[in-house]
Design a protein around this ligand. Structure first.
Ligand code: ADP
Ligand code: MG
Length: 696
C-alpha cells in the first residue's frame, strides 16, 4: 500500500519548522519524546490559567492569576542593587504593587506611565500581607486588552522549555493539523457526544474550565479513544491475520478425554469444563486458535491443558506443552504421566538437558508420531524439533509473553492452534491492551475444598521467633518454603544470599531437614532438591524465586517470604499460591525490614487482606502502573499518551469490539471508514499494523 498519507505530512515535518523552535529547543523537546509536530499536539495541557478580568486583586485568592485594570501610580526604583523596582498601582478597590527585578527604568516608564490606565495580568501573591504582582505576564492599554487570552493552557514541561515556548510552538503545531476523514463509527460518536478529530484536538488545547482537563471531557475522551482504537485495530489485524491463516480442524471424539476423566480423583470444576469447551470448539474450527487461558494460582489450568491436548491426539495429531522452567516441565510430566497412561497416550519430556543419543531417539519418535504429547522447556521449539502432525501448542505460565513474540510465533507459518496460559491475573484493561489479539478463557472458579491461607506480617526483628515457630511446625510434620530476598539484579548475589540463609536455617533446624534450590545450581542438584522436598525427605525448602511459578507440592503448608516489601504484589501472590493446595490450613509469613514506607505498608496490607488474584492485580496496577505490572519491555504494551488504562478501561473494550467489527466488515480497510482508519494508524504510528495490512 502507499506510504503515509499526504494529509499528514505537515505533522510529520521537522520540529524546527515551528514558531520559536530552534535546534537547541528541538533538542530539549526530544528529551520529552517530542520530535515532530505530531508528537507535540498529543501533549495535552494539564492545567489552565484563567485570565478573565476581575474588578480587583481582592477578588482572587492569592497566590492566583488575576487580570485587572489599574491606574498607574508612583514608581519606586530600587535604591539598593539587587532589590526590586516597584510600581504602585490602584484597582477599583485597593492599591498594590507591581514588582520587577533587573528591570530597565526607561522601559518601565514607557510601559507604565504614571497617571494612565493599564490592564495588567499576572500572578498575585501576598508579601508581608500586602498584595503584589511580580513581573506581570501582560501589560496593555485598556483598549488593547482583548489580546489577553481569557484562558491559557498550561503544559507539562521539560528542562529547557518554558511555558511560553511551549505555548507558541503548540499554536504553530496545531495550525498544521487539518480535518481528517472520520474513522469512528457514527453511532458511537453520537452516543458519546464526541467532536470530530480536528475540533477535538483544538478543544482539548483550549480548556476554559477545570472539567475540560478531565478524562471525561468529550474532546479529550475522543482523542483517548483514537489512541486505544488505533492500538486495538493493530491487535485486531494481528488476530485477523492469524485467523486467516488456515487452521487445522482438530475434532476430538472424547474417547481419551473420558478415560482421563474416569481416572481423575476429583471432578473438574464448571470453569474448567467451560474453558475446555471453548478451546476444543476453537480447535475444531478451520481458523487458527489464538487463545489465552487466564486462571489464578491453583485454579487447575494443567488439567484444562491436558484435556485440550487430548483432543489433538484424538483427532490423530500431536500436542506440545512448553513450561518456562525445567522444574515445571518435570512437574508437568510427573503429574500428567499417570493420567496419560490411563488413556494409553504416550507422553515424553524434552528439555535442554536432553543430549546425544537420548535426544535423537526422542526426536525420531516425535517425527514418526510415536510420541503423542511432548512437554518441555523452550527446547521444544528448537529448529530441529519436528513433529509428525502438531495440532496444538500450549505455552504455560507466560504472562510476560508479549504481542511481539506471539506475532513471531504466528509467523512461523504452521497453522498450529495456540493456547497461552497465565496464572497472573491481569486487570481487565491490561488484558485488553496486551492480549487484545487473543480470545480469552477465564478460570474464575477454584477447585472446592481449598482452605484459606492465613497471611501474617512480621518484622524481621522477630527472626528468631519465626525460626522457633517454624521448628515446632516442622516437628508436627508440616512442610514449608522459605523464600530469600531479591538482592539486586545479579543472580549470583541472590544465590549467595540463599546459600547463607540455608546455612543459618540448617544450623537452627537440623541437618538433613533443610533443602536448597536456586537458579544457579547444577540442574541435577536442583532436581534432587525438589524431589527430596516432594517426597517429604526435607521439610523446609530454602529457595529463590525459581519456585515462583507453578510448582505444586500439596503437603507444603507454610510459606515464609523474607523482605516481602521488595516483591511486586503479583509475585507475592504467585509465591503464596505455592501453599494452600492441600487439605491442611496454610500460613504465609511476610517478613519485612522496618520501617515500612507508606506504599510498601499498603501493599503488604493488601496481601494480608485478600487472596483474590484479580483484586491484587487491580491494586498492583494502581500502585505501580501498567508498565511494571506487565513488564513493558517484554509485553509490547504501548505507552499511551492520552488514554489512561485504569480510568478508561471501558474505552478499551469498546475499541476492541469496534476494531473487530470494522475488520469483519472491511477486512482490507478499503471502504471509506477503512481508509480513514488507515490514516489513523499512520497518525498513531502503529507501523506494525500497517505492515500487517500490506502483508495480509
Ligand atoms: P494452576 O492453575 O496453578 O496451574 P494446577 O493445574 O497446578 O493449578 O492445579 C493445582 C492443584 O489442583 C493440582 O494439585 C491439581 O491436581 C488440583 N486440581 C485441579 N483441578 C481440580 C479439581 N477440579 N478439583 C480438585 N483439585 C483439582
Ligand atoms: Mg500451572
Amino acid at each position: 500500500m502507499a506510504g503515509r498519507p499526504e494529509i499528514l505530512f505537515p505533522l510529520f515535518g521537522e520540529l524546527t519548522g515551528l514558531t520559536g523552535v530552534g535546534a537547541k529547543t528541538a533538542q530539549h523537546f526530544a528529551k520529552m519524546g517530542v520530535e515532530k509536530p505530531r508528537d507535540l499536539i498529543f501533549q495535552l495541557p494539564h492545567g489552565l490559567i484563567n485570565r478573565e478580568p476581575v474588578a480587583s486583586v481582592l477578588d482572587v485568592e492569592p497566590p492566583s492569576v488575576a487580570t485587572v485594570e489599574v491606574m498607574v501610580g508612583m514608581h519606586r526604583p530600587n535604591a539598593i542593587k539587587g532589590r526590586p523596582y516597584r510600581v504602585t498601582v490602584q484597582d477599583s478597590k485597593t492599591s498594590f504593587q507591581l514588582v520587577f527585578f533587573h528591570a530597565h527604568k526607561d522601559w518601565l516608564h514607557e510601559q507604565l506611565p504614571a497617571g494612565q490606565r493599564r490592564v495588567v495580568s499576572g500572578k498575585v501573591e501576598l508579601f508581608d500581607g500586602v498584595a503584589q504582582m511580580v513581573h506581570p505576564d501582560f501589560i496593555l492599554r485598556p483598549e488593547a486588552s482583548d489580546s489577553i487570552p481569557q484562558n491559557e493552557p498550561v503544559y507539562p514541561l521539560t528542562a529547557g522549555i518554558t511555558q511560553k515556548t511551549m505555548q507558541k510552538a503548540m499554536v504553530s503545531a496545531l495550525s498544521r493539523a487539518v480535518d481528517l476523514p472520520e474513522w469512528i463509527a457514527p453511532g458511537l460518536r453520537e452516543k458519546h457526544d464526541w467532536p470530530d478529530w480536528h475540533t477535538a484536538l483544538l478543544t482539548a488545547h483550549a480548556p476554559t474550565k477545570t472539567a475540560d482537563l478531565g478524562f471525561g471531557a468529550p474532546a479529550r475522551e475522543r482523542l483517548a479513544y483514537d489512541e486505544v482504537f488505533a492500538h486495538q485495530l493493530t491487535l485486531a489485524l494481528a488476530r485477523a491475520r492469524m485467523r486467516r491463516a488456515k487452521g487445522i480442524v482438530s475434532q476430538g471424539n472424547g474417547v481419551l478425554r473420558n478415560k482421563v476423566l474416569a481416572a481423575l480423583p476429583f471432578k473438574p470444576t464448571g470453569a474448567q469444563l467451560r474453558s475446555v469447551d471453548e478451546i476444543t470448539t476453537d480447535m475444531a474450527a478451520p481458523v487458527r486458535m489464538n487463545r489465552l487461558l487466564q486462571g489464578d494460582v491453583g485454579a487447575g489450568k494443567t488439567l484444562v491443558a491436558l484435556l485440550a491436548l487430548l483432543a489433538a491426539v484424538e483427532s490423530g495429531g500431536q500436542g506440545v506443552m512448553m513450561a518456562p522452567t525445567e522444574i515445571l516441565a518435570r512437574q508437568h510430566l510427573e503429574g500428567l504421566q499417570p493420567l496419560a497412561e490411563a488413556a494409553g497416550v504416550v507422553l515424553e519430556i524434552l528439555t535442554g538437558r536432553d543430549k546425544g543419543a537420548e535426544r535423537k531417539r526422542k526426536l525420531a519418535a516425535l517425527a514418526k508420531g510415536d510420541i503423542h504429547i511432548l512437554v518441555g522447556t523452550h527446547a521444544v521449539f528448537q529448529k530441529d524439533v519436528a513433529f509428525a502432525d502438531l495440532r496444538l501448542a500450549v505455552i504455560d505460565e507466560q504472562h510476560r509473553f508479549g504481542v511481539r513474540q506471539r506475532m513471531d510465533l504466528g509467523a512461523k507459518g504452521a497453522a498450529v492452534d495456540i493456547l497461552v496460559m497465565t496464572a497472573t491475573p491481569i486487570p481487565r484493561s491490561l488484558a485488553l491492551a496486551n492480549y487484545g489479539d487473543m480470545d480469552i478463557s477465564l478460570l474464575d472458579e477454584k477447585p472446592p475444598g481449598r482452605q484459606p491461607i492465613e497471611t501474617v506480617l512480621v518484622s524481621n526483628t522477630r527472626f528468631d521467633q519465626v525460626v522457633a515457630r517454624l521448628k515446632a511446625a516442622l516437628a508436627e510434620g508440616r512442610q514449608a518454603y522459605w523464600v530469600c530476598p531479591l538482592v539486586g539484579e545479579s543472580e549470583a548475589v541472590e544465590w549467595a544470599a540463599a546459600e547463607e540463609r540455608f546455612r543459618v536455617l540448617r544450623a537452627a533446624l537440623g541437618e538433613g531437614v533443610v533443602g536448597l534450590v536456586h537458579g544457579q545450581m547444577p540442574p541435577a542438584d536442583k532436581d534432587a532438591a525438589m524431589a527430596d522436598f516432594v517426597a517429604g525427605k526435607t521439610k523446609l525448602l530454602v529457595a529463590t524465586t525459581v519456585i515462583e511459578v507453578g510448582v505444586d507440592v500439596p503437603a507444603a503448608s507454610i510459606m515464609v517470604i523474607e523482605q516481602a516489601e521488595k516483591f511486586g504484589l503479583s509475585q507475592l501472590h504467585q509465591l503464596r499460591g505455592r501453599v494452600g493446595r492441600g487439605a491442611a490450613a496454610s500460613t504465609c509469613l511476610l517478613m519485612y525490614a522496618p520501617p515500612l514506607g507508606e506504599n510498601a505498608a499498603r501493599r503488604l496490607k493488601v496481601m494480608r487482606d485478600t487472596e483474590d488474584g484479580f483484586e491484587i492485580a487491580e491494586e498492583d496496577l494502581r500502585l505501580r502502573g501498567a508498565g511494571d505490572v506487565l513488564g513493558v519491555a517484554q509485553s509490547g504494551l504501548p505507552r499511551f499518551m492520552i488514554a489512561d488504562l485504569e480510568a478508561q478501561a471501558d474505552l478499551l473494550k469498546i475499541a476492541q469490539d469496534d476494531a473487530r467489527l470494522l475488520l469483519f466488515e472491511d477486512p482490507d480497510l478499503q471502504g471509506a471508514r477503512g481508509k480513514a482508519a488507515r490514516v489513523l494508524l499512520y497518525l498513531m504510528e502503529e507501523d506494525k499494523s500497517i505492515r500487517l495490512i500490506s502483508v495480509g
